[in-house]
Design a protein around this ligand. Sequence first.
Ligand code: TXA
Ligand code: MG
Length: 318
Amino acid sequence: MNPKVMDILPADADGLAQAAQILGTGGLVAFPTETVYGLGADARDGGAVARIYEAKGRPSFNPLIVHVADLAAARGLAAFDDTATRLANAFWPGPLTLVVPLLGAGPVSPLVTAGLSSVAIRVPAHPVARALLEAFDGPLAAPSANPSGKISPTQAAHVAGGLEGRIDALLDGGACDVGLESSIVACLPDQPVAMLREGGLPREAIEACLGQSLHISDGTPDAPNAPGQLMSHYAPEGQVRLNVTTPQDDEVLLGFGAVEATLNLSPSGDLTEAAAALFGHLHRLDAMGARRIAVSPIPEKGIGRAINDRLRRAAAPR
Ligand code: TXA
Ligand code: MG
């Protein structure tokens, strides 16, 4: 691919108009969402979607999430049963992605869904993402804006560090406040409602809304729950060891709670704060050249489940 000069656009009316114009001509624009930065392209334009896979070095069997302005726009792409409708009404806009049956004659390029008969859709809550969807006035395919397998971006500088020279523009909207990707729930015919990826919306909140527990895919490397949930992912350069209370001399400690640590996800032990800090701290550990990273135990509840999911993948053999 020819190196591209990436425009860094401010998140104001001019920046948004330019971003929408680039997207309208098949270009790639990274933009902030409340979870992580996304790398957007027109979901109806196969050439543009192909450029996403190329820029990220992403395997093309790993389908993308489509971002739309609201449930009405989502219904133009896919079928929403009662469960999907209830979840969308309760949690959109917000950090929830729904995997639902694709409409037969819908506009989404088959490259977005990697040929599946279902599609992942979400309505982001970040004001810049919402303004971009309004200005563009169409569905945007957008994976996280990082090279495939690397740490997801929660700040514009992370995107620039990973994708400079590979994308057309970056809308700078500051730091993402959730800091972890959306939770993914599948609502498909003749299948139990299933959690495919733990994420920014805690499982407990989804189950409380439905009044039933979610089927949990096992997520083993042989049977990844969402096709892209490969075991090694979100990986910093250094080696990661989890659930450490006593770090070794050559380890840098990524702490949680009241511990002596080089970097701390939340000194007060707050899981929401830890989620927002996680990817930024992993990026900083890379910048520091940390070779061996020990991580404090994180409680397996609420958004802690998603933090532990990302940490297990960061620690997995590569
Ligand atoms: O928070 C987020 O979800 C961010 C922001 C940018 O919206 N996006 C994101 O996208 O995390 P990405 O591409 O990094 O992860 C999308 C996940 C992948 O694991 C993919 O396999 C899964 O969604 N996925 C997409 N379509 C699917 C489908 N039809 N069935 C099952 N899983 C699907
Ligand atoms: Mg990703």
